[in-house]
Ligand binder design. Sequence first.
Ligand code: TRP
Ligand code: ZN
Length: 501
Amino acid sequence: MHRRLIAPGALAAASLLLAIPASAASYLPGAPGIGDPYYPYYGNGGYDVSHYDLRLTYQPRTDELEGTATLLATTTQDLSRFDLDFLLDVSEVRVNGAKAAFSASAPHELEITPAAPLPKGTSITVVVRYSGVPSTKSAYGFNTWHRTPDGAIAADEPESAWWWFPSNDHPLDKATYDVSVAVPDGTQVISNGTLQSTTSQLGWTRWNWRSNKPQATYLSTLAIGKFDITTGKSANGIPVVNAYSKDLGDEAGAARASVERTGEIADWLTGYFGPYPFSSVGGYVPNTTTGYALETQTRVYYSPRQFANGSNTSVVVHELAHQWYGDSVSLKGWKDIWINEGFARYAQWLWSEHEGEGTTQQLADYVYASHPADDPFWTVKPGDPGPDNQFDTAVYDRGALAVQALRNEIGDRAFFAVLKGWPQQHAYGNASVADFRAYAEKVSGKRLAALFDTWLFQPSKPAAPSARTATLTRAEAAPVRPKSWKKIEATNDVHGHAHGH
Ligand code: TRP
Ligand code: ZN
C-alpha cells in the first residue's frame, strides 16, 4: 500500500538529465491517484481521457490476453510524467508516436515518462502494447477477473479495469470506447454498447463493440464464452441485446424469463427517469459462480445465482435504474454512492408497488421498523459510508428510506419532478450528494439541510417523521413484510463477493 516518495533532489536531477529549460520547472509528474479519499491510488492526475480504443486477442484455453490500447487524452497540467492504472505486462508505450519510458509500480500503476514533457492543454495519444494472464495478477491481494469454463469475465465495482486495459480508473474520467476482441471461432464476445460487426479469418472471430456515450471505467465490461445472443427492440424503440451462457443449466429458464423483460422495464423506468440515455440496452448471464449483479453500462451483468429461486424482475429493475442513476449521472467521489444505490433500490420499491406487492411507503415502514435503534444498521451513513461500508445493505435500504423521506417532505409533484429532472440535469456527467440536495431544494423551493442530515449523515436511527407516526407505531408493533421483500433483498448478494476492502 505504501508508495515510495520521490525526493525533491531526485526530481531536480531528473530535470537536469532531461535538459528541461529553467522555465519548465512547472512540469511535474501527474498524481498517482485522482484524489478520492476512499481509494487514494484509483485514477490519476494530470490528464483526462476522452476515448479508449482496445484491440485485443483472447485465448480461453490459457487465459492469455494481448493487444493494444490507444487512449486519446488531454493534459490538465504541465506534465513530466503520468500514470495509468494497470496490472498486465507492457512491452511498449508511445506518446504522440514517440517511444516513452515506462515502469510498473505498486499498487497498480504504470508510470509513463514521455520523451518530451507535455504542456497543459495538449491533446495526446497514448499507445500501450501489452499481454498477460489476468488471472495471475493481483493488487491489494485480490483479483476480480473471473475465469469461466469457456472464457472469462471482467465485471466488478469499483475495480475491474486493471486486469484488461490501462486506464484512468475513476468514474470522474468518463470516455467513449471501441472494444474489439478476437477469440477462437465459436466463442462469443460481449461488451458494452452496440455490436458494429464481426469478422472471421484463420479460425479467429473478431467482435467489434462501440460505446458512443461517456462511460466510467468500472462500467466497462468484457465477457468471453459460449453465449446465445438475443436481439430486439423495446416498444419505445431502444435496441435490445441480451446474452446467455449456453451453460446455465437449471437456471437458464428463470434467467431468460427475467432478462428478456429488459426492454419492457427500460420503457417503464423512462416514465419515472426520462428518456433512456444510451443507444442500446440489455444484459448478460455468464456461467460464473458469483452472486451479484452489476450495472455495467448498457449491458448489465447478472450472476446465474440471482435466478436460483426463479425469475427475478426486481434485480433487472435495479440494474436498469442505474443506467440513469450511476451510469449516465455518475458519482463524483465514491462517498457519493447513495446517488447510485439509494435510487436503484427505490426503483425496486416503485416496481413493487406497480406489481401490487407492497407500496413504497409500506417498504419504508418495514425497513424502519425492522431495525431497532441499537442495530448497527443505523451507524452506517449512506451519505458518506466509508470505503468499508460502501456496499453495506444500509446504503441501499436506509438509502431508499431517505428517498421516501424526501418524497414525504416535498410532496409527490416536486418529488417526481426531481426524480425525472436529475438525470437530464447531469446527463453523461458526474454529481455528488451535495449537488443532489441543491437540485432538490431548487425544484421544491424547500430548505432540505436538516432532512438530508437526519436521513443520510447521522449515525443513528432518525425519529419517526410525525406525518407517519401512526403507520410507524403500528408497523413497529408488528412489522408487515411486503411480498416483494425477498426478491428486493436478493439483489444484495454482493456480500458473498470475492474480496472486501
Ligand atoms: N452496484 C452493484 C449493484 O448494486 C452491487 C455491487 C457492489 C457489486 N459491489 C460490487 C457488484 C462488486 C459487483 C462487484 O447492483
Ligand atoms: Zn446497485
